[in-house]
Ligand binder design. Structure first.
Ligand code: TA6
Length: 304
């Protein structure tokens, strides 16, 4: 990828005044979107939303100041696509965590502009020699990102092979917050979750989710909206979803953040992950010739 690729994409898929392709850090090509509703950046590697800023607002998606941009390496922050498994591979510890989609190249399939307020970009994962040993199942993965005052993402898995496939997936969204210690997440009261910082023990959530230490939870059989309350930024972020029965909530806190090495100085305080997923008990099986669609909708609301 590089400048030449960006120019060729611009010629074919650019939309004057709304969508342009540029070579970014590490030579990674990204789509730069701007319209009356918002601005956004979506990298072709991983089809990863790297930024989303509603017009006149504060960035909603967090990107680490220490993020490494390099071909084949997951970028810390934004909205990585975890597919076709979530977390460590169920049987092969040597396989990449969260699957290979987020570090792979995707190809642009369509760009459209709806009035001056919404711009839509569609990409398809290129599956080939590199991924086939990891995932020897004929399948297609498409993503449709609509950028405006509201951000919507659709992730569509198609099974084009002769046998059922089982998929784990997540839109591993990092949200920008003033101070995670003041943040609460609403919508999981009474829900069961697997606590990954307590050997995966199954627990029940009481009230709002708070952040006082490393937090890594897979909430199961959750289908409703959830709300990230951020008093420091005087806003809440509403997450609506469909085709997703899990929600993962994560903050690495101090020690894990230091181990990761690309979270930046006290970066853990400025972010929270709330990931619309199908993980653990909720992985999905797609029959031959069928498709599965996971969608999310992110909207910022002023705190009442
Ligand atoms: O979604 C939470 C999680 O599974 C955590 O366990 C942590 O591993 C995080 O994802 C980040 O994973 P990554 O591979 O991007 O460092």
């Amino acid at each position: 990828m590089g400048e030449g690729e960006a120019r060729a994409l611009d010629d074919r898929y650019g939309i004057a005044g709304h969508l342009a392709f540029r070579e970014g850090p590490g030579g990674l090509v990204a789509a730069e979107v701007t319209n009356a509703g918002a601005t956004a950046t979506i990298a072709l590697q991983g089809a990863q939303v790297l930024s989303w800023v509603p017009r006149g607002g504060h960035p909603v998606v967090w990107l680490s100041e220490a993020a490494v941009f390099s071909p084949g390496k997951p970028v810390r922050g934004g909205i990585p696509v975890c597919w076709p498994w979530f977390g460590p591979h169920p049987t092969e510890p040597s396989y990449p965590s969260h699957g290979f989609a987020r570090a792979s190249l995707w190809q642009v399939t369509q760009t459209t502009s709806h009035s001056d307020t919404v711009t839509r970009l569609s990409l398809q994962l290129i599956q080939g020699e590199a991924s086939r040993p990891l995932w020897p199942h004929p399948s297609r993965l498409d993503i449709h990102v609509s950028v405006g005052a509201v951000l919507t993402i659709e992730l569509v898995t198609q099974n084009i092979g002769p046998a059922p496939i089982t998929v784990g997936e997540a839109l591993h969204a990092y949200f920008d917050v003033a101070d995670v210690r003041q943040v609460t997440v609403d919508g999981f009261d009474g829900c069961h979750y697997l606590d990954k910082v307590d050997n995966g023990r199954r627990k029940t959530q009481f009230g709002r989710v708070k952040f006082e230490a490393e937090t890594d939870r897979i909430y199961l059989d959750t289908v409703g909206d959830c709300l990230i309350h951020d008093p420091g930024l005087r806003r809440r972020i509403r997450i609506s979803k469909g085709g997703s029965r899990s929600t993962v909530i994560w903050n690495p806190w101090t020690e894990k953040a230091a181990q990761l090495g690309d979270m930046g100085e006290n970066g853990y305080l400025k972010m929270v992950c709330v990931e619309s997923a199908n993980a653990a008990d909720n992985v999905v099986t797609v029959a031959p010739g069928h498709a599965h669609r996971l969608w999310t909708r992110y909207q910022v609301e002023a705190l009442p």
